[in-house]
Design a protein around this ligand. Sequence first.
Ligand code: NDP
Length: 613
Amino acid sequence: MANERERLHNMFPDLDFDPQALRDKYREERDKRLREDGEAQYFEAAEEFAHYADHDPYATPDEREPMDITIDVAVIGGGFSGLMAAARLKGRGVTDFKVFESGADFGGTWYWNRYPGAQCDIESYCYLPLLEETGFMPKEKYSFAPEIFEHTKRIGNYFDLYNNTIFQTRVTELRWLSDKKMWQISTHRGDSILAQFVIQATGPANRPKLPGIPGISDYQGHTFHTSRWDYEYTGGDHNGGLENLADKRVAVIGTGATAIQCVPFLGDCAKQLYVFQRTPSSVDLRGNKPTDQTWYENLEPGWQRERRENFAAVLLGQNLTNDLVADGWTDIVRRLGVSLRSRGSDAGDLDREEMMLRSEIADFEKMNEIRARVDHDCSNEEAAEKLKPWYRQFCKRPTFNDEYLATFSRSNVELVDVSEAKGVERISEKGVVANGVEYEVDCIIYATGFEISSTPHRRVDFDTIGRNGQSLYDHWAQGYRTLHGLCSHGFPNWFTIGINQNGLSPNMTSMFDDQAVHVSYIIDEVKKRGSHIAEVTAEAEQQWVDHIVKMAGGAGGGGGGFQRDCTPGYYNREGQNFGLGKQNSPYAKGINAFNRLLKQWRDQDDLEGMKLS
Ligand code: NDP
């Protein structure tokens, strides 16, 4: 240890902190939170509280007769991934399709998440798709939820997708009928739908998650999940003004990206607010600002793709000099660039070990600033200590807010640290029990997120049965098996848009659009070539799986080493799985390289790896 300290000191003599002490502190804080039951802590509660997810507080149920239709394409999901698929199909002149969506409008995440303060952390100019096509200028650098929801409707109108969409309809099964060579789509409405092609676009964060806290069903007060905000109970709207809470004691469980955004509004309006925190978030500067109209109007055609690609390249460390977005996501990479330049080198000159060490030091510096920000913004010293995150920046999803930390300076707000007990102890009839104390409350709000890393079958909640009656999820039992993350052998004319075995980006909408472009191209080509079925061959699927595994490299793959040392969360499957496992890793060279590969594949014009019949 002494040698390591000396080595670090010799390499970085000017540091005003002890990196080894930080490593030790990070490990100690991580170990404190590791639970043996890992992800399973959420499963039992999920079964019991499935009704939370089924409930739609924003619409009244629409009665209709079951439908019996035959169509070319069924798109499952009307969030951004389904919307982009539908838009790209229309763009290619494929018009005989229906989108099936459980909400009463487009939007997916942005339909459901209407809690006060909801906002997208990814810059609006990158996040909102089709800005150039629709001619829309976002009001600010970071859009609030209503603007994003409106934009999904704008896309729906622009491509005339409302006439193609069946809302308030949940798919319950997809089944390939070999005799008819069609997919049969069953829904909770008793519909009978036959479709030649299916695009499954069900999104990565569609299933709300509740913690398996003992006694959770004993509670007699009011409860809801943040993704089903009950404005009837709280009063007010997205901008706050939750006037009904003026005489209420409210508990919020969870302090992730959602809580960071809604807690300031609750602190402002509730008589008493208790925030139960197991792991503090890293809360960086938001720094939102109005769009500069002159700048926006003078952007050159093609600017949005260029900006999205720049954002992805900067995040992957592939561009250390030209950061167009320049925000909290890219800050750490900019710091690394400065560190390299101060050494008179660039990334290519360094061996892997020194590169990783320099990244770690840049990370320590970043997180030191995040912790200093807590002291600056929160005048309650005891709360401020608890609000400091002790882990590397991307161990958990970074958050950005300029009001959250100051909320804990208020006399009506109390932060309850539940890290020692690895979570809230129990829910009683009257409230929340933590550290042996019962906090009596009128309402419990679960800001406990979504199932993001549980098995795909759990998250989707319906089965996809392919040729020979095989379930997709049995086919994937040992890990994803796809070509380009988009289709699987044994599942003819079936495509998915998502986050598996393809190029990932935190700017999800850009990934979804790129995949939608590709899938709509394949469907269009199959039709143009007078074929009926396209299916990836077993060999092509295996080759892609091998390629993904090979690129994942070292043990575990998918960020294995980094994730192993991280505090538990959904990024590392609650500390149980260090990285996603090689086969479930993304395309290691990143989204821009992945898109080049897809484009090359399309330009080849031979649908390589797919058998047409
Ligand atoms: P998260 O999964 O990020 O957070 C859930 C919270 O619940 C965590 O703080 C977790 O603690 C806590 N929790 C779970 N179980 C317990 C327990 N037993 N006792 C106490 N606390 C518990 O959910 P969010 O809804 O905040 O965010 C989900 C995702 O949605 C984000 O990561 C992001 O991808 C997306 N999002 C995006 C936004 C955007 O700007 N684009 C805005 C909001 C959300 P612990 O950390 O210790 O597990």
